[in-house]
Design a protein around this ligand. Sequence first.
Ligand SMILES: NC(=O)c1ccc[n+]([C@@H]2O[C@H](COP(=O)([O-])OP(=O)(O)OC[C@H]3O[C@@H](n4cnc5c(N)ncnc54)[C@H](OP(=O)(O)O)[C@@H]3O)[C@@H](O)[C@H]2O)c1
Length: 238
Amino acid sequence: MSLENHRVVIVGGTSGIGLAVAKAFLNRGADVIVASRSEEKIQAAKTELGERASGHVLDFRNEENVKAFFETVGEFDDLVVTAGDGVMGPFESLPVDEAKSAFDSKFWGQYVTVKAALPHVKKSGSITLTSGVYGQRPPQGASALAAINSAVEGLARGLAVDAAPIRVNVVSPGLVDTPIYSGMEQTAREGMFDAVAQSLLLKHVAKPEEIAEAYVYLAENTFTTGSTMQIEGGALLS
Ligand SMILES: NC(=O)c1ccc[n+]([C@@H]2O[C@H](COP(=O)([O-])OP(=O)(O)OC[C@H]3O[C@@H](n4cnc5c(N)ncnc54)[C@H](OP(=O)(O)O)[C@@H]3O)[C@@H](O)[C@H]2O)c1
């Protein structure tokens, strides 16, 4: 129970990777505060996570709301951010506004969240952001997402210097089976998962729990900062 009595804030902790991160921290003895936009998802997450979890409605793109949220939270140990919209599409035809909107979410949302959280994070604490394997190995149609993920990783290196001794790291997942793909038609989704699984050294798409352990590691390990942990089933080597 190395994280016993830690207070952990997970922005995006009501679904997918973030929800699995919340469970993993609870298993280590921490108390968790999950935040996202949908009241419905927050209620469902609280029911699933139990009494050591609380939840708040928050859109991390809104700087004033994010500041007010962290003032309510007060001092805490570890920040995890898993919220963020991606964007995919052919570079020539993807509207610039769509790329900017994804930047507003996944890059600027994480930037704004760290800025508002920092005065409340204990000096012994940690911040872990989220990028994605397309930052290192983009397929076709991922130029904007590759730029966003690379920007998040660069931000964490800068913040590791600016926020020290608070540690700042990034988890970069490969393909993970989460509700982010729930908008896809089932056959198309399963086809994509199968194709990606076959292309990987480890021959399966990740479960959120496999990714969540990386966030716990980065909160626990007191000598890691400015790093990006790639958890991608061998995508970078295949
Ligand atoms: N799944 C993958 O294959 C994969 C691969 C590489 C990287 N990633 C990255 O991992 C992160 C998590 O993805 P996931 O698959 O776990 O997605 P997910 O299941 O859709 O979860 C996203 C979470 O973020 C919250 N959220 C989204 N926009 C928000 C906003 N503006 N303000 C506050 N909360 C917001 C959502 O809740 P609300 O809707 O209630 O706001 C939800 O709790 C994302 O950054 C994604 O790009 C995922």
